[in-house]
Design a binder for this molecule. Structure first.
Ligand SMILES: Nc1ncnc2c1ncn2[C@@H]1O[C@H](COP(=O)(O)OP(=O)(O)OP(=O)(O)O)[C@@H](O)[C@H]1O
Ligand SMILES: [Mg+2]
Length: 252
């Protein structure tokens, strides 16, 4: 279970996350949505214990992340928005390095698990190449393999589908849905509203660090005056494009 309780992050004068509260249950995929700069990644970093909250608390399986960092971190897998990867290792070396850190026992079973994930995500052929040669999508895929390899009960995925090809995105969806059905707790952010609509049981829309709407798709539809698609709901709640300014720019 993931819990954010009045989570707040202030960078000097600027409040990036403003008393944000929400929770993600085991067996649930929760989608955190919001415009660029609305505080999604900052929220995730506080839940992961990578960033200290200015106020409020983050709890993972009941453990306060600030007070019981190790216990909390042990059960989490994270794919960052911009994965920082060791360029001079091959994909295979990197995943084995991460597996060792998590103390996943070495052996045939572990090799098979890694092999299966690399194959599923279509990066097996590149696993002996240096990571510096990987494309953006390949880097994100190897970062997902690294996040999954210790079989964490809690997954925090920051735009994991960004730049992923359709087959890869469909594969990731099936993996995550399967993990959800096995009782894992999944928090993901995405700008691909179709993915959120299809995968997430509940969705939280944040703007300027505050929760402006939360619920199932049906609940959000009711909130947004019966708007049907998540895109319409999102634009209704966060503001659509300024057509007048666009027309001025286009010289009309
Ligand atoms: N280390 C930092 N120092 C100062 N301001 C920061 C820092 N990190 C984030 N911010 C600011 O906090 C706000 C929220 O950033 P965050 O990265 O959480 O947004 P986001 O919702 O993940 O956006 P995106 O959709 O573009 O990924 C932004 O205005 C950003 O400039
Ligand atoms: Mg972000």
């Amino acid at each position: 279970m993931i819990e954010a309780v009045a989570l707040t992050k202030q960078f000097s004068e600027f409040i990036a996350v403003d008393s944000l509260s929400f929770h993600v249950n085991p067996g649930e995929i929760y989608g955190l949505l919001g415009p660029n700069g609305s505080g999604k990644s900052t929220t995730m970093k506080m839940l992961l214990g990578l960033l200290k909250p200015t106020a409020g608390s983050a709890r993972i399986n009941g453990f306060d992340v600030q007070q019981h960092t190790v216990e909390a971190k042990r059960s989490m897998g994270y794919v960052p928005e911009e994965p920082v990867l060791p360029e001079r290792l091959t994909g295979w070396e990197y995943i084995n390095y991460v597996s060792d850190i998590w103390r996943v026992p070495r052996g045939v079973e572990r090799d098979k698990e890694i092999d299966d994930l690399l194959t599923l995500l279509d990066i097996k052929d590149a696993s002996d190449d240096l990571i510096e040669t990987y494309s953006k999508g390949m880097s994100r895929k190897i970062s997902l393999v690294a996040a999954l390899i210790h079989n964490p009960k809690i997954l925090i995925l920051d735009e994991v589908q960004a730049g992923i090809d359709p087959r890869g995105a469909a594969t990731i969806k099936e993996i995550l849905v399967g993990l959800r059905d096995r009782g894992n707790t999944i928090l993901m952010s995405t700008h691909i509203l179709e993915i959120a609509e299809r995968m997430c049981g509940r969705i939280g829309i944040i703007n300027h660090g505050k929760m402006i709407a939360e619920g199932t798709m049906d609940e959000l539809r009711t909130k947004a005056k019966g708007q049907q698609s998540l895109e319409d709901i999102f634009l209704d709640l966060t503001g659509g494009p300024d057509m007048q300014k666009i027309a001025e720019f286009l010289g009309e």
